[in-house]
Design a protein around this ligand. Structure first.
Ligand code: AHR
Length: 512
């Protein structure tokens, strides 16, 4: 009987160890760089992103410079936004850039048919966007109009932006107050051309791409990085056709759009703030699909471009829920909870770990739209849990990617399971190592024992983002409920790094 008891006890402890102690190996056997452009953002003329987000009324008392809000600029500078995509989205393929230049009182108005049917006054146009990028110290990423614009219109926009000599377009630019060209580099040739950007077939779009891209010229000192409008989610045929028909030499990048829908149903996506563990689980299952999508699209690209010259650019990603009750359904305004932070941390880990092919990504969208970094209400501004993840992860920008090996414990729900843990690591120019760890399991901590092969280090410090409930949010009444705090739970034990990653948390460690 006693023997049986001890046998039972040792079985229990083996099981407990298997559950709690996960071994990770991190090595420095790579010279791959995690492009800072993976940490890019997106600002469309949609709902309250530009108007009421970045851009204030003429007589606003909110501190601003040339109508651009200074509090949001300061917050975004802190997280080192590397690039900003504009003017859309679906809006890009209805946008006629010449309506957005010159004296504002003379600019024609238009209907924003995609987003709530509101009147767009074109007060925020090319000059204003590029002024914003200058203030943010980030690179502009402009999406040109293929769906309803002409080749000539796109060609002239590039001439207006990038040519330094005498020409019809540079004459107008100078009259509008800009002597020197901006030299924009990231150039999108259409957006979602399979959908709101013209409902095209992949074969038709790839022909059009070749034509538009030809006349979007490289001017002296201003070569374009041309970006083709890529696949929706798992439309592998789109990627295959573009790679085959356009060819690696004619594009710098090919895009992928994928949104995490909590329920997986576009007509009832689920609430941003009211969800149970079951729905949290299905949301994270959908979020983790990014790993499969990036892997499969990359494999197709590898066939046509084994040297990985063409970047896979995930220029729309994030969680898309039902809008906040009582808000305009066309404005896509949603709150942002701890769940959003776990999605951001997980997705950025996926991108870091695929940085051989993923060279750029843009979260949708910066302010007041979908998975925002910032929410505004008149003169107030709050930073969302997602913002704090970008603050934690900025250490990976342009750092050397470090390969990682481990088997994650499972997070199970009924008969379904997902990996509870995801991780990425990098080494910056000073030699400091950064490891970002996400524990998706809301019920159990994960004990880690990490070997850093061939890496010398002496000290470890860290920060953590977590909260009591997955549904916790920052509000205008309680703006700092969720924020990063110091994490002192990691220790050096011999050559091993040991720590417990708390349930439902994101931890970023710095080893020196
Ligand atoms: O980000 C919102 C919209 O989602 C974009 O305008 C469009 O490209 C995508 O369908």
């Amino acid at each position: 009987m006693k023997k049986l008891f001890f046998f039972f006890i040792s079985l229990v402890s083996i099981y407990a160890n298997a559950q709690t102690e996960t071994k990770i190996t991190i090595s420095n056997a790579s010279d791959q760089v995690i492009s800072k452009h993976i940490y890019g953002h997106f600002s469309e003329h949609l709902g309250r992103c530009i108007y009421d987000g970045f851009w204030v009324d003429e007589n606003s008392t909110i501190p601003n410079k040339g109508r651009i809000r200074l509090d949001v600029v300061e917050a975004l500078k802190k997280i080192k936004v590397p690039n900003l995509r504009w003017p859309g989205g679906c809006f890009a393929d209805e946008y006629h850039w010449r309506d957005g230049i010159g004296p504002r009182n003379l600019r024609p108005k238009m209907v924003n048919t995609n987003w709530g049917g509101v009147t767009e006054d074109n007060s925020f146009g090319t000059h204003e966007f590029l002024e914003l990028c200058q203030m943010l110290q980030c690179e502009p990423y402009i999406a040109g109009n293929v769906g309803s614009g002409t080749v000539e219109e796109m060609a002239k926009w590039v001439e207006y932006l990038n040519f330094d000599g005498a020409s019809p377009m540079t004459k107008i630019r100078k009259e509008n107050g800009m002597e020197k060209p901006w030299k924009v580099s990231f150039w999108g040739v259409g957006n979602e051309s399979w959908g709101c950007g013209g409902n095209m077939t992949a074969a038709y779009y790839s022909d059009l791409y070749r034509r538009y891209a030809t006349y979007a010229r490289d001017y002296p000192g201003a070569p374009l990085k041309r970006i083709a409008s890529g696949a929706n989610s798992d439309d592998y045929n789109w990627t295959e056709t573009c790679m085959k028909n356009i060819g690696a030499g004619r594009m710098w990048g090919l895009t992928l759009h994928y949104y995490t829908i909590p329920t997986g149903k576009w007509n009832a996506k689920g609430s941003a703030t009211k969800f149970d563990e079951q729905q949290y689980f299905s949301t994270m299952q959908n979020c983790l699909r990014m790993e499969e999508l990036v892997t499969k699209h990359s494999a197709i690209m590898d066939k046509y471009d084994p040297k990985k010259k063409v970047a896979l650019i995930v220029d729309e990603w994030g969680i898309w829920t039902d809008v906040e009750p009582g808000t305009n359904p066309g404005f896509l305004y949603q709150q942002n909870s701890l769940r959003d932070a776990l999605i951001a941390g997980t997705t950025l880990n996926i991108f870091n770990n695929h940085s051989d092919r993923v060279k750029m990504a843009n979260l949708a969208q910066t302010i007041n739209v979908l998975q925002s970094l910032i929410l505004t209400e008149k003169n107030k501004m709050i930073l969302t849990p997602t913002y704090h993840i970008f603050d934690l992860y900025k250490v990976h920008q342009d750092a050397k990617y470090l390969p990682i090996k481990f088997v994650s414990p499972d997070y199970a729900m009924g008969d379904k399971k997902i990996p509870a843990l995801n991780v990425s690591a990098s080494q910056d120019a000073t030699g400091a190592i950064h490891i970002s760890l996400v524990n998706l399991d809301p019920n159990r901590k994960i004990s880690l024992s990490t070997e850093l092969a061939g890496i010398d280090w002496k000290t470890v410090t860290g920060e953590i983002l977590t909260s009591t409930k997955l549904t916790d949010i920052n509000t205008f009444a309680d703006p700092n409920k969720i924020h990063n705090v110091k994490f002192a739970g990691a220790k050096k034990s011999g050559n091993l790094l040991k720590l417990d990653v708390p349930a439902q948390s994101v931890v970023v460690l710095e080893l020196k």
